[in-house]
Design a protein around this ligand. Sequence first.
Ligand code: PAF
Length: 291
Amino acid sequence: MNLAPRRFPLPEDFRRACGDARSQGTRVAFVPTMGALHEGHLALVRDARARAGFVAVSIFVNPTQFGPDEDFSRYPRDLDADVTKLSTAGADVVFCPEPQSMYAPDERTRVHVTGLDEPLCGAFRPGHFEGVATIVTKLFGLAGPCVAIFGKKDYQQLAILRRMVTDLMLPVEIVAHAIVREADGLAMSSRNAYLSATDRARALALSRGLSRAHRAFSSGEREAVVIESLVRDEVAASADRIDYVSVVDADSLASVGRISDRALVAVACHFGKTRLIDNVVLGEDPAPTPG
Ligand code: PAF
């Protein structure tokens, strides 16, 4: 029988629960989320469970990472349903603060990881990664020394948080978890809930495009422009608008001309009112579509 995880709305209670676990010699694993949990999140929690004796999950729709025209107010929120899912996945505690507990009215601090936040989504979502780095720093401060699991779907976020943990010497081990996809290849995302049936079908162009890139790379193609145009052609036929299709160095996120052994292919585009992202690391990840 799975016990429901304990809920902590207050930062000091969450900090204490993680500290108590550590003082009993138990390793803490932490999965930060914004809720609206799906199988992709639950895979992170199960990964956390396999790595540590105490599993903490945060659910917080972080206002500072949304732009003024983005979906902060309509972002799906259902704490009770999320907590039920977390009991079966094996979480011990859920930290679910109110915004005023995380951002005091007189707060003055932001965390900015320079450079890595400029390409890809950074060019289209000004301030987004600063909001992410700031809230994750606060969450890590509360969770304390731990292993933290993040999905590779938000690849740029992962790269930024890795850099941040190294530069700020935070006592956190970052683990990257493979993208979890639906049976037809669509990468799982809380924002998929916004898609109409037609837009969802059109959105399969993302994983199809990335699979074309994967096939071309496997057949020996190494020119980034060729790979980019294969993906762009596939996505352009279905998306309403493309923000970017880019082939970049998988560590520095800088543009590459010729791929040596490994490169990130990342895409962001719009289907109706929904912006979706997806990616594959050539030379590292399996093909994004079945078959
Ligand atoms: O990936 C997310 O869900 C969010 O960006 C995160 C890391 C929980 C910070 O709010």
